[in-house]
Ligand binder design. Structure first.
Ligand SMILES: [Mn+2]
Length: 339
């Protein structure tokens, strides 16, 4: 039995996408740079569900799949984008599905082909400020995750396509993007969806174990350094965590290893806003991750650096910047919103 979920507000876009799908045989799915659990879970969940209804589907991503997400069903078939191999196929596909991002800029090396392809472009996403580059969009900023929107779409139109493997992917998407079901947008409906995913065969113990309890010792050493160096500003309302290139060298970790670190900034009593700054010498980038409580707009803070995201979680990357200068700027910007 399917539990009841609210779909009235997205009925029209879902119908349009289902109609476009009925005319599409070859479908390519892609998701954003440095994919997280929602990105990979959504991409693989959609891929497997569409294969279950007889479509020819491939996932082509601009980034490698992080190690802790490679166990997800279907993830071993994800192709990493290469212009010479893939541009022609993307151009000729019937449909290109863009999941968990809402501007082609988020796929960097693939941006040109996402814009140029003749394929019908479908966007499914829950971030703010979408760019109008698609033929159809399922967009809801109140959704916990893109996986939640995909769940609603699949059970509305192809309920038999929701098998154990699809459920595992969508569960991973919802779990990771809702901070293990504790972020503000989590509501009874979220848990109704989860109940249905568990009923369909998703294994919550295994999925949590694989995603969160498979750290290397080096990663925990890196976290230790990051925690030891956290600073408070503005009477304890802003907490800043900094990861320098030296720390990465000392622990032999990479940026992937910092996934989830930023949440620690918000765990300090009295902190309303958290900021993680990552220095990356290999790509000459400074990465900002803003997190906030209540209605403090992390997305506007990230916007100052050309980034974006959600009200409570957002990010930005700046090329060729100086760590100390950018850090100072970010602290000042955050200060305008938390004071
Ligand atoms: Mn997401």
């Amino acid at each position: 039995m399917r539990v009841k979920v609210r779909t009235e507000h997205i009925e029209q876009p879902m119908k349009l996408i289902a109609k476009l799908l009925s005319h599409s045989k070859t479908i390519i799915i892609t998701t954003h740079l440095n994919p997280d659990g929602d990105a990979i879970g959504s991409a693989c969940g959609m891929m497997l569900a569409l294969r279950n209804i007889g479509k020819k589907v491939r996932v082509i991503n601009v980034s490698q799949t992080p190690k802790n997400l490679q166990f997800l069903p279907g993830a071993n078939t994800i192709e990493v984008y290469d212009a010479a191999t893939h541009d022609d196929d993307i151009k000729k596909a019937d449909m290109l599905m863009c999941l968990d991002f809402n501007t082609p800029k988020r796929v960097q090396a693939m941006e040109h082909i996402v814009r140029a392809t003749n394929a019908t472009k479908v966007m499914i996403d829950h971030h703010t400020n979408p760019e109008d580059f698609y033929s159809a969009a399922l967009h809801d900023v109140d959704a916990t995750s893109t996986g939640e929107l995909i769940y609603k779409f699949i059970v509305s139109f192809y309920p038999h396509a929701l098998d154990k493997d699809v459920a595992a992917n969508l569960y991973a998407a919802l779990m990771t993007d809702s901070g293990n079901f504790r972020f503000p947008r989590v509501n009874p409906e979220t848990h109704n969806i989860v109940a249905d995913l568990l009923q369909a065969g998703a294994n919550p113990v295994e999925i949590y174990e694989q995603i969160f309890n498979t750290s290397s010792m080096q990663r925990l050493h890196l976290l230790g350094m990051a925690l030891a160096g956290m600073e408070l500003h503005f009477n304890g309302k802003l907490c800043v965590m900094t990861l320098t290139n030296t720390m990465f060298q000392q622990t032999q970790c990479s940026e992937d290893d910092t996934e989830g670190f930023v949440h620690n900034t918000l765990s300090v009593d009295g902190v309303l806003c958290g900021l993680m700054i990552v220095e990356k010498h290999d790509t000459n980038e400074i990465k900002f991750s803003f997190r906030s409580k209540a209605d403090i707009p992390a997305n506007l803070m990230a916007g100052h650096f050309g980034g974006g995201g959600h009200v409570n979680a957002a990010g930005a990357r700046v090329h060729n910047g100086n760590l100390q200068e950018l850090k100072q700027q970010a602290i000042e910007i955050a200060g305008k919103y938390v004071q």
